[in-house]
Design a protein around this ligand. Structure first.
Ligand code: NAD
Length: 417
């Protein structure tokens, strides 16, 4: 049975709480979301039928600022997943030190089965259902799995119609024409690259020739693969929901990521790309590579496969890809992992930049945004590394300790505890 993401999240919190001697009152507040909305969304389908979808928004903690987090459209969305993701957002924003709390939303839907019109009606209905509880100073959504800048634009438009004014900072990941930030499209991957660079320095690895496997060739994974290829890494395996590919020559071969991208655009999948053989997503994780990048869904590295992984470094672009039991196995085996709340925080950091720019109605160049992102990511890596060394703990627990310290400060300053 797949493990429950919220139980996993609470196990991670427990470990950090024990390490740092967290007061019980703060621990208790952090064990549940402040508010969870469940909404019913009746949609007129193109054939005239009405279908009722279920949506959620979990607003976990806002001690440090407005709730912040993406909206996922996926058939497997469930309340525990949304709650876990909103908790991780709280931890993520605090790890990188931006003045935001944590939230997350989702709709149980397979968007690939919907026409564009149905998708737009669903996106607008979701905002109509929750608009009183979101907004630039309350809760700021963003894209996540299977949601896009176009969907963010529909949601912004619906929100602005309801409140009767422009409010571009109510949602991030917007198209540039509606106040999106330069760099947002690839910011999660770029942030991941900045921390990966710091991690490889600690391990004494050089980029040239180092092999990398990326699970999930979506927004986060495909940009990560492209940037790493440019930096000299050898991308040897890639995957999507239809399957995984690995180069025939693992010892010295590499994939042209741009060509794989073109192939995926034409055929709908990375599978079947020339010069590769097809393997399963499960087998991709066990390949003899130097660096493994899970960039798809959660719970893919578990106690069942953690002992078989061969990578020296894991950089978690996906949220929650490693279970707590697997953490222990990886740490005991000396495999360094950069946890999701640090590795994929580039996305929310540039979302924060987007809001800052929306608030001042003045826009930065891509170079300015990336310069600021690089500094935030490196500072966060160093803050986490310092706690890892001080407490002799794994990187995930160290990131949680960093984040919980900061959220606790916010709660204490408010007089909540
Ligand atoms: P996406 O929808 O763009 O891509 C998801 C990819 O995963 C697709 O290629 C899909 O085919 C693949 N996939 C789906 N099921 C799979 C499976 N069972 N095995 C292997 N691959 C599978 O989503 P994304 O935005 O790239 O998000 C991916 C992960 O990164 C998620 O965990 C998300 O929460 C996390 N993340 C994304 C961002 C962001 O800015 N996009 C920010 C932080 C975290």
């Amino acid at each position: 049975m797949a493990s429950n993401p919220f139980s996993n999240a609470m196990a991670q919190l427990e470990k950090a709480a024990t390490t740092m001697g967290l007061p019980v009152s703060i621990h208790q507040i952090l064990q549940q979301p402040k508010r969870v909305l469940t909404v019913s969304l009746p949609i007129r389908m193109d054939n005239g039928d009405v279908r009722v979808f279920t949506g959620y928004r979990s607003q976990y903690n806002d001690a440090l600022g407005p709730f912040k987090g993406g909206i996922r459209f996926h058939p497997d969305v469930n309340i525990d997943e949304v709650k876990a993701l909103s908790f991780w957002m709280t931890m993520k924003c605090a790890t990188v030190g931006i003045p935001l709390g944590g939230g997350k939303g989702g709709i149980i839907v397979n968007p690939k089965e919907l026409s564009e019109g149905e998708l737009e009606r669903l996106s607008r209905a979701y905002i109509r259902a929750i608009y009183k509880y979101v907004g630039p100073t309350q809760d700021v959504p963003a894209p996540d799995v299977y949601t896009t800048p176009t969907i963010m634009a529909w949601m912004l438009d619906e929100y602005e119609r309801l409140v009767g004014e422009h409010a571009p900072g109510m949602i991030t990941g917007k198209p540039l024409s509606l106040g999106g930030s330069q760099g947002r499209g690839f910011s999660t991957a770029q942030g991941g690259v900045y921390v990966l660079r710091e991690a490889v320095k600690k391990l004494g690895i050089q980029p040239q020739g180092t092999s990398v496997a990326v699970q999930g060739f979506g927004n986060a994974g495909s940009f990560m693969a492209k940037i790493l290829e440019k930096e000299g890494y050898r991308i040897v395996a890639l995957s999507d929901s239809k399957g995984a590919i690995v180069v025939n020559d693992m010892a010295s071969g590499s994939l042209s990521v741009t060509q794989v991208d073109g192939h995926k655009q034409q055929t709908g999948s990375v599978t079947g790309f020339n010069g590769t053989k097809e393997i399963s997503n499960a087998d991709l994780l066990k390949l003899p590579v130097d660096i493994l990048i899970p960039a798809a869904l959660e719970n893919v590295i578990t106690k069942e496969n953690a002992a078989e992984l061969q990578a020296k470094l894991i950089v978690e672009l996906a949220n929650g890809p490693v279970t707590p039991e697997a953490d222990v196995i990886l740490h005991d085996r000396g495999i360094l992992f950069v946890p999701d709340i640090l590795a994929n925080a580039g996305g929310v950091t540039v979302s924060y930049f987007e809001q800052v720019q929306n608030a001042s109605n003045y826009y930065w160049t891509e170079e300015e945004a990336l310069q600021k992102l690089e500094k935030i990511m490196i500072d966060a890596f160093n803050a986490v590394w310092e706690r890892k060394t001080r407490f002799n703990i794994d990187m995930r627990t160290a990131a949680f300790v960093t984040a919980v310290e900061r959220v606790s400060e916010g709660m204490k300053a408010r007089g909540l505890v």
